[in-house]
Design a protein around this ligand. Structure first.
Ligand SMILES: Cc1ncc(COP(=O)(O)O)c(C=O)c1O
Length: 424
């Protein structure tokens, strides 16, 4: 091993950064973070522990961490309009695991959407790990949403301990109020997985699960919410202690540099999030409409395609995998996805797009029209993706800065330590 190895590793990361900076990223679960957030991620906090609770830690050396976390807690409560926040889980999956641990006991029944109908793999895995039976919530392809009538029959029959709403493929708000009323009949808890739509909820453009009847909301802090990768749980006071106890037991080491970065992202979101969220949804609607006009089968046409950041298409020949690969060859980054009409989770006959990252770098409706045309050239006109790539690079070259931030900085540059401000 030598310094050459170090250089090789650095070069891979630099190359990745250059390449992704020459792509249009439409992955619905990613985003870019501001320079101020990046600075927190490389701080000394990344090497420290703060096991335990605020002002009651197991290790010494945490006086500034307590100050930081007190601040972060207040910012998160404000941004998400929640009585209680727990940002100990280091991912959305772990937030779900904590929630399952806190809210259910082995042997209980939980009902949530299946992966084919938009649910997330963690619903199944958390159930398995925690020994609860997972019963799929009924889904209506016609309404592109949970089928409330069928859900009522199911909930009356299986009497779940917990009804988990929210999804990975989520175009329209879920019927939280209606399900709350139904769940009350059997004494079930209602929770909501906002991994994808957390930023839209905080920005006031989607739905407001905690006020519509969900008692607990889990989420990721890096999808439509533009913070560092991480998990979060928001709840009313009733469940605070159960959530905090489960989080501390399961996570133990909660990565405090991430908390500092989240704190910075919260300040940005409180200042700019409403504007951003409104534009994310506007862009998604424009992209969907344009793709539909160009001949794509875009889901949700009957209801205006989408009310979230997501746009979901049927892929040509029902082959989402091939379509995503062709698009990647043209430097357009997307995700294959199963659709409710697929027979297995692996079939993936769709493509899922998200507009949160392109919005964060300042793109608007004109760019959505251009992106739709690029996708058509690759998938419907069968143009050589390498020819389309040059035009993709031409567009993204004009969007280099992170917007909706106090100090956005470059979106896609490798920031060595020497390029960050030092203030020692
Ligand atoms: C609905 C839902 N829940 C949980 C997760 C997991 O989040 P994370 O990737 O932060 O673990 C995802 C990921 O996309 C998701 O879509």
């Amino acid at each position: 091993m030598s310094v050459r190895d170090l250089e090789s590793i650095t070069e891979i990361v630099k190359e990745h950064t250059r390449w992704r900076g020459s792509c249009i990223n439409l992955i619905a679960s990613e985003n870019v973070v501001s320079r101020s957030v990046k600075e927190m991620l490389i701080s000394d906090l990344g090497n420290r522990y703060a096991i335990g609770f605020l002002h009651n830690r197991f290790y010494s050396g945490t006086k500034y961490i307590d100050e930081l976390e007190g601040y972060t807690t207040e910012l998160a409560k404000l941004a998400f309009r929640a009585d209680h926040v727990n940002y100990v889980p280091i991912s959305g999956t772990m937030a779900n695991l904590v929630m399952f641990n806190a809210m259910t006991a082995p042997g209980d029944v939980v009902t949530a959407l299946s992966v084919i109908d938009g649910g997330h793999a963690s619903f199944k895995e958390c159930s398995k790990i925690h020994g609860v039976s997972l019963v799929p919530l009924p889904y209506s392809m016609d309404q592109m949403n949970i089928d409330v009538g069928e859900a009522e029959k199911l909930i009356a029959r299986v009497k779940p301990k917990l009804v988990l709403l929210g999804a990975s493929e989520i175009l329209f708000p879920h019927p939280v109020k209606e399900i709350r009323g139904i769940a009350d009949e059997v004494g079930a808890i209602v929770t909501y997985d906002a991994a994808h739509v957390l930023g839209l909820i905080a920005g006031g453009t989607f739905q407001d699960p905690l006020r519509e009847g969900a008692e607990v909301m889990t989420g990721s802090t890096h999808k439509t919410f533009f913070g560092p990768q991480g998990g979060i749980i928001l709840c009313n006071g009733k469940h605070a202690r159960a959530i905090d106890n489960a989080a501390w037991q399961l996570v133990n080491n909660h990565h405090i540099h991430r908390v500092a970065a989240l704190s910075v992202a919260l300040t940005e979101f409180i200042a700019f999030g409403h504007d951003y969220a409104k534009n994310v949804v506007k862009n998604a609607q424009r992209l969907a409409e344009e793709l539909h006009n160009l001949g794509f089968d875009v889901l949700g046409a009957k209801y205006g395609f989408t009310k979230s950041h997501q746009v979901i298409l049927k892929a040509p020949n029902n082959n989402g995998d091939a379509a995503a690969k062709r698009l990647e060859d043209a430097n357009v980054i997307t995700t294959k996805t199963p659709l409710p009409t697929d027979k297995t989770e692996e079939e993936c006959s769709g493509i899922r797009l998200g507009t949160q990252e392109v919005t964060r770098i300042g793109m608007g409706e004109n760019e959505m029209v251009e992106i739709a045309r690029l996708i058509k050239r690759v998938l419907l006109d069968r143009e050589d993706p390498l020819d389309v790539r040059a035009d993709v690079k031409g567009i993204i070259a004009n969007f280099r800065e992170v917007k909706y931030a106090f100090n956005g900085g470059p979106a896609y540059e490798y920031l060595g330590l020497s390029s960050l401000s030092s203030n020692t």
